[in-house]
Write a protein that binds this ligand. Structure first.
Ligand code: FES
Length: 75
């Protein structure tokens, strides 16, 4: 893989993580992922809470379906 591609990919990831961090600061009452605290997004099609950061998913009761989160959502 060319170095310039890795650098570009890294800059995009850095930017997206920054946007997510600012969004988290501006929305303190939203549901948070227990892995690293990203704001969860409701998936209407599958009735799951999905984490956009690392891919954890939770069912509608908050039970973890996919890691890396290793715990359920707090009630
Ligand atoms: S912060 Fe949600 S899976 Fe990492």
């Amino acid at each position: 893989m060319p170095t310039s591609y890795r650098r570009g990919e890294s800059i995009i990831c850095w930017f997206l993580n920054g946007v997510e961090a600012v969004t988290n600061l501006l929305t303190p009452l939203r549901r948070r992922c227990p892995h690293m605290g990203c704001t969860l997004k409701w998936n209407e099609a599958e009735n799951t809470w999905n984490c956009p950061c690392h891919g954890s998913r939770f069912d509608e009761q908050g039970l973890v379906l996919d890691n890396p989160a290793d715990g359920n959502l707090p009630l």
